[in-house]
Design a protein around this ligand. Structure first.
Ligand code: IMP
Length: 187
């Protein structure tokens, strides 16, 4: 398979586009189908990423790859929740919701998970995954990133992802790791 350089990402989240662009230098990546997206009703990250990828395939230029990405956070103290329901669970206030859910809780372990499903021009499919382990801080700090980043302290770090910044995220995040696995798989 020759290395593709164009990829249509079925997403409405510009942060995801920026992170994938930084993680996949040399690729042309564009958001497609921002209006009228399909319902994300799969049971797993992979199911939802596949739903978005197949739908993106319908909107993507014929010669390019189409990708769907699904991600979220799993908290040990919450039995792995909110997981695939992260976006809805956060309800516009991911930091407040998580700090409230873990109030008084000593077990603060969490994991970001990202799954990318890419469908090639010939319909062939690649599944790539990435994870980032960490803990939830007692209070928010930093302004980079989005979602839970102001309270997510990666293992081995003392600062939050929002403090560590975009360059750190480009090389270490769950999305960066999934993107690297994707690049390897299709090259
Ligand atoms: P979705 O993948 O668009 O369904 O959204 C997943 C949700 O998980 C986001 O709305 C965020 O709340 C959270 N999330 C996923 N990736 C990240 C990240 O890199 N930083 C912070 N929050 C994230």
């Amino acid at each position: 398979m020759t290395a593709p350089r164009t990829l249509a990402l079925a997403s409405r989240n510009p942060h995801k586009l920026e992170e994938l662009l930084r993680a996949l230098p040399g690729w042309e990546i564009a958001l497609v189908g921002r209006d009228d997206p399909p319902p994300e009703n799969g049971a797993t990250f992979e199911d939802n990423a596949r739903i978005k990828a197949r739908w993106g395939r319908l909107h993507a230029p014929p010669g390019s790859w189409a990708a769907g990405e699904d991600s979220g956070i799993e908290a040990t103290a919450l039995g792995g929740a909110p997981g695939v329901h992260s976006a809805r669970w956060a309800a516009g206030d991911p930091v407040g919701r998580m700090l409230e859910a873990l109030a008084g809780e000593e077990e603060r372990g969490v994991r970001y998970v990202c799954v990318v499903v890419a469908v090639g021009p010939d319909g062939g499919e690649v599944v790539a995954r990435g994870t980032l382990e960490g803990t939830i801080a007692r209070e928010a700090a930093g302004s980079a990133g989005f979602g839970f980043d102001p309270i997510f302290v990666p293992v081995g770090e003392t600062r939050t992802v929002a403090q560590l910044g975009d360059d750190w995220k480009r090389t270490h995040s769950h999305r960066a790791q999934a993107a690297a696995a994707l690049a390897l798989a299709v090259s």
